[in-house]
Design a protein around this ligand. Structure first.
Ligand SMILES: Cc1cc2nc3c(=O)[nH]c(=O)nc-3n(C[C@H](O)[C@H](O)[C@H](O)COP(=O)(O)O)c2cc1C
Length: 435
């Protein structure tokens, strides 16, 4: 499933940049890392973003398919247009349960939806007469420079949407130097994903309830070069993924053919568990974890330790006491609990609690460049996306993921110009106001 029919009109600068990239791409000295770095250099400080509307009108007309769904990634106007395209592709494989898995929140999906709608509670304060033709979108997190503050969230079982799973996502993320966090339970291994990414990805840890397995997973990630271990702490209970269960009713396949009961069978398709004895594991999520577990983990993690799933100032302060290096404000895309609390709604509380001592990242409901700007303005160091890139992946493979990132980056650059921020550090709370 690839799409090469980009129709976007190119400016002179874009053509020159593309020629330069082609020149570098032909070089035998080029590694994926250097390509990422070159791409981000070319991207930062350029006039890339949206063409003026008359340029688009002069371009060739791209019609939708008869069902009103895009037929090529390049035709998408926003990330929402990938959602029906992904649905069509997944249902075309007669896999409604996989579609339900991706879309599901918990209970009535109230928290899932609140994550996005709550961005409307902030408005953006624009600033006029600042020359912002050249903006720099790069950010530095833990000493690493990323080309964009938008990162790829860990999403389990990407193999349900693409044969190469996280490897395909990594290739797209590398193009403009986006960082990605790989889930413990992706189908691809941290070593393969890091290789495709051209630099080590962060590793998201589900520790299981066997400490030996926890240690091995951390060792595997660190020997693949992962600079950060991201412990997900929001799955302590069971969950009612009702949307998934509803779609499952339509699925004619025998799900237990792949999802064989028993932990060993369940993770036999998950490369990060290769060569690890999981016979004593009874649960993946480490249910029953406490702050003592964080202390124990802190002692074995050599690089950065990040907690994903923090939603209150109290927990953020506690994390500081336990030597955590970073936080991700997250409710698992509304898939952990039905609290009704959006992540953007609690971001200020968490940012204020840590007082700049460690970076606070956020994910959940980010669908527009303006959402990215709002989160950065409130104090996030970087902003994650989950479902949008999987929609791109399921519908058009690597090209789809690439286009999702391109759209979000372009929207983000456009709104950076409107607030007159030439780089990320100039995006501050002054740029937003409560609606
Ligand atoms: C299908 C699916 C699987 C996910 N798997 C994981 C996972 O393995 N580990 C994790 O920490 N978060 C997981 N998440 C949550 C994402 O990392 C992220 O928090 C969330 O998707 C962000 O919200 P968004 O989808 O609205 O962008 C998953 C989300 C989805 C949709």
């Amino acid at each position: 499933m690839t799409d090469t029919s980009r129709q976007t009109p190119m400016t002179g600068n874009m053509i020159a940049r593309r020629q330069l990239l082609r020149f570098f791409a032909g070089s035998p000295l080029l590694t994926a890392t250097s390509l990422g770095a070159i791409t981000s250099l070319l991207t930062a400080g350029t006039d890339r973003a949206f063409a003026q509307s008359y340029d688009v009108l002069r371009g060739s007309r791209r019609a939708l398919g008869p069902d009103g769904v895009i037929t090529a990634a390049a035709d998408a106007l926003d990330v929402f247009e990938f959602e029906p395209a992904a649905k069509k592709a997944v249902l075309g494989q007669e896999a409604p349960a996989h579609w339900g898995y991706l879309q599901s929140g918990v209970d009535g999906d109230v928290t899932r939806d609140a994550n996005h709608t709550a961005f409307a509670k902030y408005n953006i304060r624009v600033q006029r007469l600042i020359d912002a033709r050249k903006v720099d979108t790069s950010v530095k997190i833990f000493g690493e420079t990323w080309g964009s503050p938008i990162f790829m969230c860990p999403v389990s079982s990407l193999g349900a949407y693409d044969p190469e799973a996280g490897v395909t996502v990594a290739r797209a993320a590398a193009k403009r130097n986006h960082q990605m966090i790989l889930s413990t339970v992706d189908n691809a291994s941290i070593a393969d994903v890091s290789k495709a990414h051209g630099k080590p990805a962060w590793f998201m840890l589900y520790p299981t309830d066997d400490w030996n397995v926890t240690q091995k997973l951390v060792q595997h990630a660190e020997s693949a070069g992962s600079p950060a271990i991201v412990l997900t702490v929001d799955r302590q209970g069971g969950r009612n993924t009702e949307t998934l269960f509803r779609e499952r009713r339509q699925d004619q396949r025998e799900c237990s053919g792949c999802h064989t009961p028993g932990f060993t069978n369940e993770v036999s398709r998950k490369s990060n568990f290769a060569d690890i004895d999981v016979s004593k594991v009874t649960n993946l999520y480490g249910t029953g974890m406490t702050w003592e577990f964080i202390d124990r983990l802190r002692k074995i993690v050599k690089g950065k330790l990040v907690l994903k799933g923090i939603m209150t100032g109290e927990d953020a302060k506690e994390a500081l006491k336990h030597g955590v290096d970073g936080l991700i404000v997250s409710n698992h895309g509304g898939r952990a609990e039905e609290s009704g609390q959006s992540t953007i709604g609690v971001l200020a509380e968490v940012v204020d609690a840590v007082g700049g001592k460690i970076p606070v990242l956020i994910d959940g409901g980010v669908r527009r460049g303006t959402d990215v700007l709002k989160a950065l303005a409130v104090g996030a160091a970087a902003v994650g996306i989950g479902r949008p890139y999987v929609w791109g992946l399921a519908s058009f493979g690597e090209t789809g993921v690439d286009r999702v990132l391109q759209i979000l980056d372009d929207e983000f650059i456009t709104i950076m110009r409107q607030v007159g921020a030439l780089d990320i550090k100039h995006i501050t709370r002054r740029n937003v106001t409560s609606a």
